[in-house]
Design a protein around this ligand. Sequence first.
Ligand SMILES: *Cc1c(COP(=O)(O)O)cnc(C)c1O
Length: 359
Amino acid sequence: MSRVYNFSAGPGALPEEVLREAADEMLDYQGCGMSVMEMSHRSKVFEKILGEAEQDLKDLMQMPDNYRILFMQGGAHLQFAAVPMNLMKNRVADYIITGQWAKKAFKEAQIYGKANAIASSEDQTFSYIPDCSDLPVSPDADYVYICENNTIYGTKFHTLPDTKGKILVSDISSCFLSEPVDVTKYGLLYGGVQKNVGPAGMAIVIIREDLITEDTLPYTPTYLKYKIHADADSLYNTPNCYGIYMCGKVFKWLKKQGGLEVMKARNEEKAAVLYDFLDNSRLFKGTVRKEDRSLMNVPFVTGDKELDAKFVKEAESAGLVNLKGHRTVGGMRASLYNAMPLEGVKALTDFMKKFEEEN
Ligand SMILES: *Cc1c(COP(=O)(O)O)cnc(C)c1O
């Protein structure tokens, strides 16, 4: 068996230790004679898996007691609809457009109410985060929405927008648990888990308790009501049991590493290796404004499409895989999620150096 350095933007790499543990437990989970995939979601064994996952996530994020965690299905996309359906009481919301995911969420919200784009960085292919210190926030906006880390373009909000007192909603899919966050600054945070936390197919929603109400838009499907999931402790219907189990393992792994401060320091160190290389390279360059750079997703180009393709191909042969950039940006993208070790990033920059010398 040989594992590659996987720079995929999503589904992303998971910690090898976690995968090994899951493999060990595949046929017989802790002596109960069956796989987690085969057990009742109402069983004591699964209840414990769910309960611990929830508690470990609370601990990691230092979540205050007035926030709830919901394990929901449908990935991040379903939340593009669930957010407006649950939170648009006045049917008005403001969106900050910093990439394709924010734009998709914005378009979805337009189905349900008046969604306003109050800032955008589309004029420069989303290569920066707009100034959000004095936005034209709508007086009757139910919330202000951001995509905090832009997976495709490689930007991140390093300062949260001034929402002028409105609730902040954030899609944290691709920076989930990469560094500490102050949960109290948000009304709702959510993420699809397949970038940095677990297998695809579910989302984790962290929501302030007072925002969980019966008062949703008419025709909101029962399954999309946050209250239904909160009241049932994420067991309204059969949840993504195996996904929750894997996320729980990743939470325990993160705790063992020392928590989110430690992950932040490691992620900064990793990203610095690649950004420093890009800043000094003759051939490769980053595509994003320096002060808005993401720690998780690093797009870069040579400026020559054929050379980009050659690089991606040769990197793959060297065991550095999934480096092809998103089709809307071109070039390359290296995702440096929690599970990517420093050695992987060094192997990448060593390879880039060699490629630069040869081309
Ligand atoms: C990947 C991604 C999504 C989409 O996730 P799905 O689970 O496929 O719906 C949404 N937002 C961000 C920031 C992402 O990185």
